[in-house]
Structures are given as C-alpha cells and as structure tokens.
Write a protein that binds this ligand. Sequence first.
Ligand code: GUN
Length: 293
Amino acid sequence: MQRIDGKQLGITIQEEIRQEVAQLTATGNRAPHLVAVLVGDNPASATYVRAKMRACKRTGFQSTLVQKESDVTESELLDVVKQLNEDPNVDGFIVQLPLPKHIDEHVITMAIDPIKDVDGFHPTNFGLMALGMPQYIPATPYGIITMLDRYNIETSGKHCVVIGRSNIVGTPMSILMSRKAKVGNCTVTLTHSRTKDVAEEVRRADIVIAAIGRANFVTADMVKEGAVVIDVGINSVDDASRKRGYRLVGDVDFENVAPKCSFITPVPGGVGPMTVTALLMNTLEGYKTHYLK
Ligand code: GUN
C-alpha cells in the first residue's frame, strides 16, 4: 500500500509555481492576483479561504480577501462580482460556497466572468470541461487528476466508482475520469443517494473516489484488494482526547481500508492541499493567458 501524500505533492507543485512567478515578476510583470470572497462566518469556509490565501503568499501571488456579513444582499454580492470582473488587476476570483440561504448560488456563479472563474464552476467552464476543451477544471477534481498523474497511477481501462454527485466534485470527477485523456479512459459508475446498493458498486471498483461527506462511509468490506482509493471527505467527529474537542476524518475508514489498497489518500493531508494547489494552477494559467498573452 502506498499513501498518496497530497501535502508533500502540494508543497512540490507550489514550489514550482513560486519559481515560475519569481521569474515572471523579475522581468517586470506584476504578480498573479487571486481574490477570495467570503460571506458570513461559516468556520469551515473561513479555514479553507485562509489556506488559499496562505498558499498565495507562499507562491508570490497577490491575494485579496473580500469579506461580507451574512446579511449581505444578493444584489450587493452581485456588485462585488461585477467589480472583480472588471478589475484588470485581478486574474481570478472565487466566491466561497456555501452562501447564506437567501442568496442563490447559481445567480452568483453565473455572474462571474468565465475568464476569471478559477473555480471552474461557471456553466461555460463546466461545458468546456465536459467537451474536453478545458479552460479551468474545478479545483478539487483538478487536484485529484494531478495527483493520479504525478503518482503515475494507470487509469486507462479501469473501472472508477464515484460516490456522490455534487456539482463541485462528484459530477465533474465522473466526466473527467471517462474522458479520452492521460488521466481518464475509465469506465465510470456515478453512485448517489438513489443508488440501490452503493457497497456492491464500490466492490467492483479499481478506483474509488469518495465525495459524499459522511465520516467513515467506505468500509474495508466495500473495497476490492489492490484498489486505488481517493478520499475527498472532510468530516468533523467528536474527539474528547483532542484539545479542540473534535478531529477531521474522511469518507473512508482509513485504518481498515488502507491495507487493502494499492494507493490511498489520507485525511487530512490528501486531497485538501491539492485543491488549494489546483486553484493556484488555474489562476496562474488565467494570468498567463489573459495578462501575459
Ligand atoms: N466550497 C467547498 N469547496 C469549494 C471550492 O472548491 N470552491 C468554492 N468557491 N467553494 C467551495
């Protein structure tokens, strides 16, 4: 069994990005600029956004955090999006999800200029990805693809089972794994809440991608010997032995599943750091395409 070290791979790729940015700025170009919009006080969202801003600092990107109270109106948030769309010094921006209930996430996502949509959530970018002409691949799927690529994990002809059909992870992941590409060419099964027997589907998988958001959902009896297991879940479970009273676990029962796997990602230190890295990769790409030209 080999543990896929997303933390180390993230550090390696971020160092490559830092060197590239240093070269670009040394020749008189401005640094790439990523803006994150954070609404309200969701602690998980605040943690993710902080990690993204820290990664910008590490790699020499300019970063800006725009914070709005949870009672911000949809029209006020649309004004923020419009300003960022029009700002030539901003290469890419994200609006951290989820948003408060009174704001329609689709309306906000649709308002983002696809050229600056480094999350890859806009229908234009989603469509381009589905057609195999990607502009920006959503950060978490892009991070996973990059991991599989850098670890030289063979995907062609394999059976990939994705658990969860979210717009952010499960659905794009299922499309990417089935496309004709270096990481791809899988036969894909996308399982969800109406799947008759998820365990039975997962048992047939060479590659499992768990993105359902339920702690320890994937157990050892569900995993084929030699499978590759990618755990996208970040779930908080009570743990009195920890100072903060909880710990983070994935969607996979790591301890019991790991011995059966050829490769497995841990939580934390697996997919999470790769998501942040993929966001930087998208922003750098946007900067090179639209600022450097
Ligand atoms: N919420 C959970 N994951 C993400 C992400 O990748 N981007 C944004 N904007 N919100 C999220």
